[in-house]
Design a protein around this ligand. Structure first.
Ligand code: CAA
Ligand code: NAI
Length: 695
């Protein structure tokens, strides 16, 4: 086996971990560390030890792929015991992203020095677990309970500068961090500095030992929305044990909590999303070595809701962007909204005024479409009308430089048809952002029939650069997300007529963990939008149509499926709406009955899963995990249940098949019949994840 952990002897010996790409602490690394620390201990010529890592980062945590396998010794704790028993100072040389178990290794060293760009964190909470190897005990001792708990609960990393300030690192070194750590170790030896072991530090715990109530204030300040999640509640208890219990007893209990969480459904789901997110942007048939085109300047067509947000994404990533509108008035309105959004972020402390100015300077508004000549990528975000989009793409074709990528942000329309409005369909694809575009992480990248490999690769690379989670999908009405969303809506109105109220339907989804249900979402987006589409196509939605026709357009008019008071965005159930719904039931001769949460939930979610199965079968999504990523990052599906396809596997496909058959029969709607792939997998005892492997 390659030298994963190397011990370079010397008075200050250097232990180098080299396990690309992120130096995850897999079994061979742990075994290598144990061996290296043992040899360093036994070698009398060694007086101090520097622990460093090769490549792009210090250890970025445990190897997450090992979580599903039986534990392989040695565990990290065994390595830590050896480190803490060391009579020779151990200095961690940190760079990149020391995260999770990697940061816990560093916490167990006697000293830590870091390169200036290092980001340090305990992201376990994002995987549905908690820091199980000392993080909940050593971090509060080093930096204080009030600073440790927010790091553990948010999972977000802090900068080296902040770490220096709060005592997590002892020094920031410019230049080679390993050399800096060696120099630091020499000084420790020369000055005969005592060995500082985090486990022995008591000062920062004392106030909480004396007055445990102080902790309640810290919890109240740090705890974010944790509804439905097991890990944050457990982490809060574990940190409490740092001042309530002796170190070893606390650690023993923490390990129990860690194991419970690791083996639970929530963490499995979150780990699934971690890997699915990374896989979703991988396109197996993209020729090896396909290089993305260079993107130095972007243009966005349309400064409406989406165009403004998309422009912010480019500016936030430091990419200059030209925004094209039809009139000065529309442009000014769009740019004013962008500015207001930034100002709100500044007010909340999320951005400095200087940074805001820098971003605004990267944006140029114009009514002259000629300005797109300079752009390497153009994203169109005009009204959702095919003829208009074709007209815009015809113009882009004439003006854009030959190498430019031409993207449409259409929600539903056929990207191939739009591409045909140009003489260069290989340069065209969909880049479907989600509202608000500067906030939502998902980017559905719609690959057209003729999209060139390097154009696709460029869209993926740009997506990453602007901080999105790209998922590559094929052309179909509404792509993956909106097509499934539509399937979720099929039964929603029928349930209103049968006996449910908007708050019952929405409640079934918020109880599961969605931020909102379909009716609150309709109010947010504006009920008039769907109404206009229905009018144009002759379709009907009795209740929604009646609301719009009564002037209830949603939040923008203060009334929709709910009422909104005093400018608040909180939906309040409205007796007028109940009356309207009950009257509709009477008109249809339906005797209203009580629909329980389970029935409502299944009638919303199983059709959505069913549509996901069709999408998979048609090859519109490459993998079930891609669908999960789309729903978690674009539609608020609760991450701890892993997305619709992962969740379906957990519920069991035979149950979903049978329920769908019943729902379809009751509704006399063949669209709700179990999809062939779902039925086939259910009949054969398969799962969606097994489908991925067979593909
Ligand atoms: N275990 C296994 N594989 C990992 C991994 C880990 N901890 N971290 C990253 N990888 C893999 C990724 O899956 C990816 O693989 P592919 O190339 O095959 O897709 C590859 O390493 C590179 O990762 P990214 O694409 O994410 O690279 P990046 O440069 O964008 O980000 C990173 C690097 C910030 C380290 C990011 O990968 C990350 O956040 N990793 C997870 C860190 C984490 O959660 N650590 C805590 C683990 S739990 C723990 O430590 C608790 C314990 O038991 C002690
Ligand atoms: P919007 O109505 O807020 O903005 C559209 C803007 O395009 C208007 O400001 C209009 O003046 C401008 N415009 C029209 N024709 C133009 C032209 N020829 N040149 C330059 N500008 C022109 O619409 P919104 O909501 O931003 O939607 C834009 C596109 O994004 C649509 O295709 C929509 O389906 C899609 N989309 C919308 C989402 C949403 O939640 N609003 C989500 C994802 C995609």
């Amino acid at each position: 086996m390659a030298n994963i952990v190397e011990l370079r002897p010397g008075a200050v010996a250097v232990i180098v971990v080299d396990n690309p790409p992120v130096n995850a602490l897999k079994q061979a690394v742990r075994a290598g560390l144990k061996d290296a620390f043992t040899r360093a201990r036994d070698d009398a010529s060694i007086h101090a030890i520097v622990l460093t890592a090769a490549g792009r980062t210090f250890m970025a945590g445990a190897d997450i792929t090992e979580f599903d396998k039986p534990p392989q010794p040695p565990g990290l704790i065994e390595v830590f015991d050896l480190m803490e028993a060391s009579k020779k100072p151990i200095v961690a040389a940190l760079h990149g992203t020391p995260l999770g178990g990697g940061l816990e290794v560093a916490l167990t060293c006697h000293y830590r020095v870091a390169a200036p760009a290092t980001r340090l964190g305990l992201p376990e909470i994002k995987l549905g677990i908690l820091p199980g190897a000392g993080g909940t005990q050593r971090l509060p001792r080093l930096i204080g309970v009030d600073k440790a708990l927010p790091m553990i609960l948010s999972g977000d990393p802090i900068s080296a500068q902040e770490a220096l300030k709060n005592g997590l690192v002892d020094e920031i070194v410019e230049g080679d961090v390993t050399e800096g750590a060696i120099a630091f170790a020499r000084r420790v030896l020369a000055e005969k500095r005592p060995l500082t072991r985090a486990r022995d530090m008591e000062d920062k715990l004392k106030p909480y030992r004396d007055n445990p109530k102080l902790y309640d204030e810290v919890v109240a300040k740090s705890a974010k929305r944790t509804r439905g999640l097991a890990a944050p509640a457990a982490a809060i208890e574990c940190v409490r044990w740092s001042f309530e219990l002796p170190f070893d007893e606390a650690e023993r209990r923490v390990r129990e909590e860690f194991q419970k969480l690791r083996d639970g459904d929530q963490s499995k789901a979150q780990r699934h999303i971690f890997f699915a997110e990374r896989e979703a942007a991988k396109v197996p048939d993209l020729p090896a070595g396909t290089k993305p085109r260079e993107i130095k300047r972007a243009a966005v067509i349309g400064a409406g809701t989406m165009g403004g947000g998309i422009s912010m994404c480019f500016a936030n990533a430091g990419i200059p962007v030209t925004i094209v509108e039809t009139s000065r008035e529309a442009l000014d309105r769009g740019l004013a909204t962008v500015k207001r959004n930034y100002e709100n972020t500044v007010k909340r402390g999320g951005l400095t005024p200087d940074e805001m100015e820098r971003r605004l300077k990267l944006m140029t508004g114009t009514t002259d479409v000629d300005a797109i000549r300079e752009a390497d990528i153009v994203v169109e975000a005009v009204f959702e009308e095919m003829e208009l989009k074709k007209q815009v793409f015809g113009k882009l074709d004439k003006l854009a430089q030959p190498n430019a990528v031409l993207a449409t942000n259409t929600s539903y329309l056929n990207v191939n048809e739009i591409a045909k409005a140009t003489a260069r369909p290989p340069s065209v694809l969909g880049m479907h952002f989600f509202s608000p575009a500067n906030v939502m992480r998902l980017l559905e990248i719609v690959r057209g029939a003729e999209t060139a490999p390097d154009v696709l690769a460029t869209a993926i690379a740009v997506g990453r650069k602007i901080g999105k989670v790209p998922a590559v999908v094929g052309v179909t009405h509404g792509f993956v997300g909106n097509r499934m969303l539509h399937a979720r809506g099929i039964e929603a109105e029928r349930m209103l007529l049968e006996g449910a109220l908007p708050q019952d339907v929405d409640g079934a989804l918020t109880e599961f963990g969605f931020p909102m249900g379909p009716f609150a979402m309709g109010d947010l987006a504006g009920l008039d939008v769907g109404w206009r589409v229905r009018k144009a196509s002759g379709a009907k939605a009795e209740i929604a149509d009646a609301l719009v026709e009564a002037g209830r357009h949603g939040q923008k008019t203060g009334k929709g499926f709910y009422k909104y008071e005093g400018g608040s965005r909180s939906p309040i159930p409205d007796p007028d709406v109940e009356k309207l719904i009950v009257e509709a039931s009477v008109r249809h001769g339906i005797k209203r009955r009580n629909l329980d949460r389970k029935e409502i939930f299944e009638r919303l979610i199983f059709p959505l899963i069913n549509e996901g199965a069709r999408i998979l079968d048609e090859g519109i999504a490459m993998r079930p995990g891609d669908i999960d990523v789309i729903w978690v990052y674009g539609y608020g599906w609760p991450v701890w249940t892993g997305g619709p396809m992962h969740y379906a596997d957990r519920v069991g496909l035979p149950y979903i098949r049978d329920r769908l058959a019943e729902i379809a029969a009751r509704a006399k709607n063949p669209k709700l019949e179990p999809a062939p792939l779902l039925a086939k997998l259910a009949d054969g005892g398969g799962t969606f994840s097994s489908f991925k492997k067979a593909a």
